[in-house]
Design a protein around this ligand. Structure first.
Ligand code: HEM
Length: 415
């Protein structure tokens, strides 16, 4: 990609980073179909939940022809191909649950998947950029961008909760668009010492963060915790830091050694990475390493944006130098809103993972009858870990506390 500006005289802009004015990191108008040559892929990708349910997905994939990727030209074609091959891969690996995984992905899937991934700069596993950012369409093209009018292009086992999970996450991405749009205003304002412009932009970013938290609340209306924990989660899981697949996965025809990749997680969303860099929030040690690794699961242009924000003059330093009460408060409010978003997210994780995990443990220690319950059959390897492979609660609380550390010392006047 073109080198973004490096000269302090030219304005920082989102233009070089594949960020849409209306949709932020969301892929605008994802394609719904690939060229007809790729019909064998789409025939399977569109039916992953049913094929997993009938235990026939692996069979169908094993018999699929080996296709060349040469007829995929446009970025949107590559994104749909990556999404389709990703859901096929997750279904293939996890079709029989955590106890009957596979050691290798067959070459007719692995080779084109690898090549498409290389072209996009994404890893060959389902990422947030696939499942959320490139996996939507409007039922009525002229209708609103809301839960009622949105549907998935491809799905995974878990019925309506899958749609709910990916679509609510998409709405969180949408709610963040005004915040993204204001990042250049903050950076340019700091560069030229425009206190009022920076304060106004930070106020808008705070509002957008509040809207993200409100959008996240929709999760409770659309995603059933038992379905999420007992059915869906395994299909988002990767083959790194996962005791069900300790060696990783061999991509047949690509390389003989197994390779490890983390599973899909909104930790791969570029949003909070951008806000952290803008506000100067540092994540050190283990949590920092995990978050940094997640950047390799983002579209390269978005990863570059995070990197370039990190290279800008310090916003926090500017706020401290200016000694403007309004600017001070705007900065504090922004950090507090991000803190509140992270705290609310921890509550969501508790409801969708910690509580069902405790219930599953309890049920497994009880009668056989209750073993029929969905959550008691959930993968045990994932009890303490996120799909991205992190040790969940200690990780999330560390990240939240590191956010708190960025607050300025209270002067007594700030709210
Ligand atoms: C049912 C809903 C959700 C659950 C159960 C959940 C679970 C998790 C877990 C377990 C982690 C730890 C990292 C990992 O191993 O993957 C994580 C991290 C993270 N999640 Fe979620 N998540 C949910 C929804 C969301 C949504 C909608 C967003 C917003 C885009 C989000 C944003 C993040 C971020 C940014 C991180 C990295 C930690 C941080 O920066 O604070 N999550 N999530």
């Amino acid at each position: 990609m073109a080198a973004p500006e490096s000269d302090s005289e030219c304005l920082f802009s989102l233009d070089p980073y594949h960020v849409s004015e209306e949709l932020g990191f969301i892929l605008p108008d994802p394609l719904e179909e690939l060229p007809p040559y790729y019909q064998p892929w789409m025939d399977i990708a569109l039916h992953v939940p049913e094929l997993v349910h009938s235990h026939k997905l692996r069979l169908h994939i094993n018999e699929m022809p080996l296709l060349s990727i040469q007829f995929l030209q446009k970025h949107s074609e590559l994104r749909l191909a990556h999404l389709a091959l990703s859901v096929m891969t997750m279904g293939y690996v996890w079709q029989e649950g955590e106890n009957d995984t596979v050691e290798k992905l067959p070459h007719n899937l692995a080779v084109p998947y690898w090549e498409v991934s290389q072209r996009l700069g994404l890893p060959p596993i389902l990422t947030h950029a696939d499942a959320v950012l490139a996996n939507w369409k409007k039922k009525d093209p002229d209708g609103p961008f809301d839960m009622e009018n949105l549907e998935l292009l491809v799905s995974l086992p878990g019925g309506d909760s899958v749609r709910g999970f990916f679509m609510v996450t998409l709405l969180v991405e949408l709610a963040a668009v005004p915040a993204l749009r204001n990042i250049p205003t903050v950076i340019n304002g700091v560069r030229c010492g425009d206190t009022e412009a920076v304060a106004t932009a930070l106020e808008e970013i705070s509002q957008s963060m509040q809207d993200m938290t409100d959008a996240l609340k929709l999760m409770h209306d659309y995603v059933d915790p038992s379905v999420f924990y007992g059915i869906m989660r395994i299909y988002l899981s990767g083959w790194k830091d996962n005791t069900s697949m300790p060696k990783g996965l061999v991509y047949e025809g690509v390389q003989e050694e197994p390779i490890e990749y983390s599973g899909g997680s909104a930790a791969q969303s570029s949003l909070l990475h951008c806000f952290d860099e803008l506000l100067g929030i540092k994540h050190e040690e283990t949590s920092g390493e995990f978050l940094t690794r997640m950047r390799n699961y983002m579209p390269p242009a978005h990863k570059q944006l995070i990197q370039d924000i990190s290279l800008q003059p310090s916003l926090k330093g500017f706020v401290q130098q200016q000694a403007s009460e309004r600017l001070n408060q705007a900065f504090q409010r922004c950090v507090k809103k991000l803190l509140a978003l992270r705290s609310y997210h921890i509550k969501v994780v508790s409801r969708y993972i910690t509580v069902p995990a405790a219930r599953a443990r309890q049920l497994r220690n009880q009668s056989r009858e209750s073993e029929q319950e969905m959550i008691s059959r959930a993968p045990t390897a994932l009890e303490e870990r996120g799909t991205g492979g992190s040790g969940i609660m200690s990780f999330l609380k560390t990240v939240r506390n590191q956010t708190k550390d960025t607050l300025l010392p209270e002067t007594g006047k700030q709210k």
